[in-house]
Design a protein around this ligand. Sequence first.
Ligand SMILES: [Zn+2]
Length: 139
Amino acid sequence: MSSNNSSSSEFMAEVRCRCGYLAPIKMSWSYANPGKRYRACPRYGGLGSCRYFEWMDYDVSERVSNVLRGLLKKADKYEKEIEKLQFTIEKKDHELKKKIWESNLKFLYGFGIGMVFAGFVISIWMRSASGNVGLMQLN
Ligand SMILES: [Zn+2]
């Protein structure tokens, strides 16, 4: 009985990686090992990690891993659908921005032509006005 207790406490015993950190127990969500617990360096996969990694003495039943695999597949499918939707939204957003930009360009173009035309009209008006003034001065 005491040996049973010691083995279960050994199972959950705190383990420190070679960096000196407590290695937390996590659950794998990989397709190969869904639901399987492991212990790894907290910085695993990062820079300066000691690369400590250990599967826990824990086997997931085939039934449970199949259920988890099914969930993973569904999550993957939804993720892909979300990605597709995001792509569509981005495309629409891009099209909308392009349309706004085009209408802005049209406006600027129209405004430019309007300004040139206005300048032309004003210059004629100024010339005729100064001509009138000149004539008035002559008279
Ligand atoms: Zn480490």
